[in-house]
Design a protein around this ligand. Structure first.
Ligand code: PMP
Length: 434
C-alpha cells in the first residue's frame, strides 16, 4: 500500500501522538484538506463524492451555518445559566418537529452524553437499573453508553444490569413475525434481568439499527416498546443516526408507529458543531429535574444553537427531508438493479438516504468482499463504508444535499467495485464503522 511521502510521514506522527485507540478508514488512508457540499478534496484538488458522512447533513462547509456561527461568535457565547433567547427559541422550534411526542429538551455536546443522560434519567425516574439494548448496537463512548455498545468489541464486558437482544432479522421472515419475535426477545430479556435481581428501567434502540446491520425498511419496533412499558420501563429512541430527515421522516421512530418516552439526537444536529440533546415528556423531565440539578458547561451554548438553528433553516429551505425520500428512492432502485445482476448481494435495505447492501457468499456473510468494495470505491474517489455484526453490510449514508445528479457517479463506482471484487479480495484492513 503506497502513500505519498508526506502522508506517510503524517501517518507516522499521528500514530505517535494519537496512539492505538484511533483508527483510520481505508487501507490507503485519504488526506482531505477541504470540503464543499457533497464533496471532499485532497491536496491535489481531487474531488471525492461523499456518500458516507451524515454529520454534514446540509453539506460540507455550509455557508449558511458558517455565517450564523461566525456572527454568533462575535456577539455572545456563554452557558445556559443566564437568560438568552436563542436556546429557548430553538428548543420551541425543535420540539415542534416531534408532533407532540416530546415537550422538553436538554442540550449536551455529543450523542454519547445524550445517551448517558437518557439512561440516567430512565434509571432515576423508574428507580431501577436494568437496560436492554440490541446485541450489536453502538450508543457511544461514556462508561454507561459503552456498556450498551457491544459493537465496540468482545472485550467490552457486559455488566449484570444490561441485557442484550438480537435485532430484528428482516431477511428471515415477514415484518409482522419479526416484530412479534423481537418483542418476545425483549420480554425474555426482562425475565433474564429479573432472574438476576434487576428490574428493567429502559429499552434503548437506534431507530434504524445502523450498527446491527441497518434495518428499518418496515415497522418492527412498536410491539417491543409496548413490552417495556408494560413492565414499567421507558422506551428510549436513539435518533443519532436516523434523525433530522435522513429517512424521509423527521425521526426514525415515526415509521415504527411508537411514541418514545425519551429521544436522543446528535450527529447532524449542528452540521459538525458539537451539539446533541435528550428530549421527552415534561412528566419525565420533572421527575428527574425535581431531584437533580443538571448543568452542562458547553451544552446549548449560543454558538452551538446558532449552528443547529441554521441546520433547520437549511433542511427546510432546501427541502432536504423530501430530497432524502425522493433521491433515496432513486438510489434504492439503482441498488436493487445492481442486486438483480449480482448473486452475492443478498439484500437491499434502509430508508431515505440511509441504505445498505448486504453481501453474502452462498448464505455466508462476505466481509472480505465488503472491505474490498469499500477500498475500490475509495480509489474511485467515492466514500462509503461497511458495518453490521459480520462487517458485510455496505453502508451508504450521504449528506442530505446529495442530489440525483450525484447518483450516476455513485452507482457506476459501486458497479465497478463489485465487479472488481467478485469473491472478495483477502485483505487485512477493514473499514472502521460507527
Ligand atoms: N448513538 C448512535 C446510534 C450513534 O451512531 C452514535 C455515534 N456513532 C452515538 C450514539 C454517539 O454519538 P457521539 O459520537 O456524538 O458521542
Amino acid at each position: 500500500v503506497q502513500l505519498a511521502a508526506q502522508d506517510a510521514a503524517l501517518l507516522d506522527r499521528r500514530e505517535r501522538v494519537l496512539g492505538a485507540p484511533y483508527r483510520l478508514f481505508y487501507q490507503r488512508p485519504v488526506h482531505f484538506v477541504r470540503g464543499e457540499g457533497v464533496f471532499l478534496y485532497d491536496a491535489d484538488g481531487n474531488d471525492y463524492l461523499d456518500a458516507y458522512n451524515n454529520v454534514p447533513v446540509v453539506g460540507h462547509s455550509n455557508p449558511v451555518v458558517r455565517a450564523r456561527v461566525s456572527e454568533q461568535l462575535g456577539i455572545l457565547n456563554t452557558h445556559t445559566r443566564y437568560l438568552t433567547d436563542g436556546v429557548v427559541s430553538y428548543a420551541e422550534r425543535l420540539i415542534d418537529r416531534f408532533g407532540g411526542a416530546v415537550e422538553q429538551a436538554v442540550f449536551v455536546c455529543s450523542g454519547s452524553e445524550a445517551v448517558d443522560l437518557a439512561l440516567r434519567m430512565a434509571r432515576h425516574v423508574t428507580r431501577r437499573r436494568g437496560i436492554i439494548a440490541t446485541s450489536h448496537a453502538y450508543h457511544g463512548t461514556t462508561d454507561a453508553a459503552a456498556a450498551i455498545s457491544p459493537s465496540l468489541g468482545p472485550n467490552n464486558e457486559v455488566p449484570a444490569d444490561i441485557a442484550l437482544v438480537a435485532a430484528p432479522d428482516l431477511g428471515a421472515s415477514d415484518p409482522q413475525t419479526e416484530e412479534r419475535e423481537f418483542a418476545a426477545r425483549v420480554d425474555h430479556a426482562i425475565a433474564d434481568l429479573r432472574a438476576r435481581g434487576v428490574e428493567p428501567a429502559a429499552l434503548i434502540i437506534d431507530s434504524i439499527m445502523s450498527s446491527d446491520g441497518l434495518h428499518g425498511t418496515v415497522p418492527v419496533l412498536g410491539a417491543a416498546a409496548q413490552v417495556i412499558r408494560r413492565h414499567g420501563g421507558l422506551y428510549i429512541a436513539d435518533e443519532v443516526q436516523p434523525g433530522f430527515g435522513r429517512t424521509g421522516d423527521w425521526w426514525g421512530f415515526e415509521r415504527h408507529e411508537l411514541a418514545p418516552d425519551l429521544v436522543v439526537i446528535g450527529k447532524p444536529m449542528g452540521n459538525g458543531v458539537p451539539i446533541a440533546a435528550v428530549l421527552g415528556r415534561a412528566s419525565v423531565f420533572d421527575s428527574f429535574g425535581g431531584d437533580v440539578r443538571y448543568f452542562n458547561t458547553f451544552g446549548g451554548n449560543p454558538v452551538s444553537i446558532a449552528a443547529a438553528d441554521a441546520v433547520l433553516d437549511e433542511i427546510d429551505d432546501r427541502g432536504l427531508r423530501d430530497n432524502a425520500a425522493t433521491v433515496g428512492a432513486d438510489l434504492r432502485a439503482a441498488l436493487s438493479s445492481l442486486a438483480a445482476e449480482d448473486d452475492g448481494i443478498s439484500s437491499v435495505r434502509g430508508a431515505g438516504l440511509f441504505l445498505a447492501l448486504e453481501l453474502q457468499d452462498d448464505g455466508v456473510p462476505n466481509a472480505s468482499r465488503a472491505t474490498a468494495v469499500v477500498n475500490h470505491m475509495r480509489d474511485a474517489r467515492v466514500l462509503i463504508s461497511a458495518s453490521g455484526p459480520a462487517e458485510n453490510v455496505l453502508k451508504i449514508r450521504p449528506p442530505l444535499v446529495f442530489g440525483s445528479e450525484h447518483l450516476p457517479r455513485l452507482a457506476d463506482a459501486l458497479r465497478a467495485a463489485l465487479a472488481a471484487s467478485p469473491g472478495g479480495d483477502p485483505v487485512s484492513g477493514s473499514p472502521v464503522t460507527s
